[in-house]
Design a protein around this ligand. Structure first.
Ligand code: HEC
Length: 128
């Protein structure tokens, strides 16, 4: 019985370790894809108030229901209903949604190039 408990604990620890490792891999992958800093991007996401319109799990105050949820955004094929989900397009949308879709409810927030890059790197850590 004791052996079983130990075995279960080892299994659980391994599982947890893998989870943490996956997340670290994901961050590294996202940073490499977009050439941005996901941690800074998370802070920028909060600063720009994206969460007032978008739901995103585990981000403080990101519970808005005006726009679509951004959970799983990294795995979506199309963003904003029309753009292929590439790093360039995601940044273009974040920086200039009104140019992509005139009249969309997402406002231009004057997001700078570096901020858009970091926010995109952060969003690409969100697989669902
Ligand atoms: C005033 C509300 C509002 C704010 C603030 C806002 N958005 Fe949006 N966002 C929207 C709406 C509405 C859409 C859907 C637009 C469309 O498809 O035409 C959208 C769409 C998106 C999409 C595409 C999602 C998808 O599934 O296709 C992304 C990515 C996105 N926003 C990121 C951001 C980021 C990053 C910020 C902060 C810099 C932000 N948004 C701020 C309202 C907002």
């Amino acid at each position: 019985m004791a052996l079983l408990v130990v075995a279960a604990a080892i299994f659980a620890a391994g599982f947890l370790y893998n989870k943490v490792d996956d997340r670290r891999d994901l961050r590294a992958h996202a940073a490499a894809t977009v050439d941005g800093d996901p941690s800074r991007g998370e802070a920028m996401f909060i600063d720009y108030g994206c969460g007032s319109c978008h739901r995103l799990s585990h981000v403080r105050k990101a519970s808005g229901m005006v726009g679509p949820t951004l959970d799983g955004i990294a795995e979506r094929a199309i963003v904003a209903g029309k753009l292929n989900n590439s790093p360039e397009n995601l940044q273009r949308w974040i920086r200039d949604p009104q140019a992509v879709t005139p009249g969309t409810a997402m406002p231009d927030l004057n997001v700078g190039a570096r901020d858009a890059r970091d926010i995109s790197a952060f969003l690409y850590t969100r697989t669902g």
